[in-house]
Design a protein around this ligand. Structure first.
Ligand code: VGL
Ligand code: ZN
Length: 209
């Protein structure tokens, strides 16, 4: 595919806390940097997302006495997996990874900024009602096809890709430019949901080649 005027690369959450050594390290997460940079160089349009939680966010296990990270609790909007404190607004862990070559990015969508509601998706918060504004932005700019990459495949990439379909966009996920948390079979389930939603599973060589 030759990325054109209606295509946009969406780089999901390539942040320090999601890399090895970070607060919520995605195994092998640093391996996405090279492929993401190679993709970013090919696209005329690039947007970024940034997980951006206030201290004491509802998705943090530390907010729920007696609960541990990776357990699930029921919140007002439904089940929520609990995480170690991560991507706290303004902290070094919330920064984009050094070496990520995305200076050309035209937009950064910050998500999960409400204290009581998470947002894996770049489009809709976990209450499944509150929009981030990304769909309107993309429509107004005339983009029709999204190519997604980043971290983590089974959470923020997957939710963003299926919501992109829901919002009427074409969506491709570049598998080698993503890495997963893969907790309790979450990666397999995420691919099933994505494929059912009409997300295309692709690789960098098919886009860069
Ligand atoms: C993510 C868990 C919690 C992600 C963000 O970027 O996939 N996962 N917050
Ligand atoms: Zn988060």
């Amino acid at each position: 595919m030759k990325p054109g005027e209606r295509d946009v690369l969406v780089v999901i959450d390539v942040q320090v806390d999601f890399l090895p050594g970070g607060a919520l390290a995605v195994p092998d997460g640093d391996s996405v940097i090279g492929p993401v940079n190679a993709l970013a160089a090919r696209f005329r349009h690039v947007v970024l997302t940034q997980d951006w939680h206030p201290p004491g966010h509802a998705s943090f296990a530390t907010r729920h006495p007696g609960k541990a990270a990776f357990e699930t609790v029921d919140l007002a909007y439904g089940p929520q997996v609990l995480w170690p404190d991560h991507c706290v607004q303004g902290t070094p862990g919330a920064a984009f990874v050094p070496g990520l070559a995305v200076d050309r990015a035209e937009l950064v969508i910050r998500k999960g900024h409400g204290r009581e509601v998470d947002s894996y998706s770049a489009f809709l918060e976990a209450d499944r009602r509150t929009p981030t504004g990304l769909a309107g932005y993309l429509r107004e700019r005339g983009f029709t096809r999204l190519v997604l990459c980043g971290l983590a495949t089974d959470y923020c990439v997957a939710w963003s890709a299926t919501d992109a379909r829901e919002a009427g966009f074409e969506a491709l996920v570049v598998e080698d430019a993503c890495r997963a948390i893969d907790h309790d079979g979450s990666l397999g389930q995420a691919w099933d949901r994505m494929v059912r939603a009409g997300v295309e599973r692709t690789t960098s060589d098919r886009i860069n080649g």
